[in-house]
Design a protein around this ligand. Structure first.
Ligand code: 13P
Length: 342
């Protein structure tokens, strides 16, 4: 099976009332962890790469690893998605390379740091939609700004600094014709999201619900959705790490989001924590080891466990075989017939 359009996965998830995890990758082992978890749980998957990941993997390694994934796991509908494209040019380069979905994050200027104007965001996103839909490729946009910084991308703001305004979200979707909308509801990238278990004052699920009521047919995306589980923090600290106490997004809140239009859930940090904990454990317990496989294999297994658990919790488990993938050419025709969602 070739790489498939994200729009199809999200449309199917909407029909089935479930969410789909989008997991970040930089290397072969992370791709293997995700694909193994998908096979074990029979899940469709979104594999995503940031600009940092593309640079790290020199782009071509990443692309060919993803082709290998489609060969080895032909039964799994698999999307390759660009996470936080900072400009129209970045999205174009991803489309040219074979990504089947791109995020144009026009909530920030191309420096990936400065919050942009609404008009700039509409214009950049609309241009990517035109370019991508012609090829059947999916577009995610963002309105409002997330907190934190990820791979050098992000305004480094508090998660509550630029929440999504529901009226603006409606206008943004109408003016851009995008496929999926990332919203800012108080989450941020990275391990340090909340200094205590989030409440309605810090994690604004009420804003998400309002947006869903205004845009019931739009696929919503939750970024910064790692749960930062205590057990993963503890393993790192038990074996010499120095993580400060921190809280992530509770899975129950993500599930509430899924009942209110969230179809894509971005997770990176939880997998980073799982990998680091597993490697630290081997280094501490077997200091005589020097074969990289002796610590990379447990790390791969630890990430697979987290991904499989999230796939089950988000509800995508069991849905890999529900539908036959539509080709990108067919998706392109579909966009021609139905350019705007609302
Ligand atoms: P986390 O840092 O919470 O895993 O978020 C990742 C993300 O949103 C990628 O875009």
């Amino acid at each position: 099976m070739s790489l498939v359009s994200m729009r199809q996965l999200l449309d199917e998830a909407a029909k089935g009332g479930y969410g789909v995890g989008a997991f970040n990758v930089n290397n072969m082992e992370q791709i293997q962890s995700i694909m193994e978890a998908a096979r074990e749980t029979k899940s469709p998957v979104i594999v995503q790469a940031s600009r940092g990941a593309r640079a790290y993997s020199q782009d071509r390694f990443l692309y060919h690893l993803m082709l290998a994934a489609t060969e080895i796991y032909p039964e799994i509908p698999t999307v390759l998605h660009l996470d936080h494209g900072n400009s129209v040019e970045t999205c174009k380069s991803a489309i040219d390379m074979g990504f089947t979905s791109v995020m144009m994050d026009g909530s920030l200027m191309p420096d990936g740091k400065t919050p942009s104007s609404f008009d700039y965001n509409v214009d950049a996103t609309r241009r990517v939609v035109e370019m991508a839909h012609e090829k059947g490729i999916t577009v995610e946009g963002e309105i409002g700004c997330l907190g934190g910084i990820e791979d050098g991308h992000g305004a480094g703001l508090d998660g509550l600094a630029h929440l999504t305004d529901p009226d603006q979200a409606v206008e943004f979707v109408e003016k851009t014709g995008l496929d999926a909308l990332a919203i800012a509801i108080g989450t941020s990238h990275g391990a340090y999201k909340f200094t205590s278990k989030p409440t309605g004052a810090t994690l604004k699920m009420d804003v998400l619900i309002k947006i869903h009521k205004r845009l019931p047919n739009v696929h919503l995306v939750m970024h910064g959705s790692s749960s930062v589980p205590k057990d993963l923090q503890d393993i790192i600290n038990q074996y010499g790490g120095k993580l400060k106490p921190t809280w992530g997004v509770p899975v129950e809140e993500i599930q509430l989001g899924i009942r209110n239009g969230v179809r894509k859930i971005n997770v990176d940090t939880d997998n980073r924590l799982a990998i680091t904990g597993a490697i630290r454990k081997v280094f501490a317990e077997k200091p005589e080891e020097f074969d990289p496989r002796s610590y990379i294999k447990p790390a791969r297994e630890a990430m697979k466990k987290v991904v499989a658990l999230r796939m089950t919790q988000f509800g995508q488990a069991g849905h890999a075989g529900d539908y036959s993938p539509i080709s990108l050419a067919e998706m392109a025709k579909h966009y021609g017939a139905q350019p705007v969602l609302v």
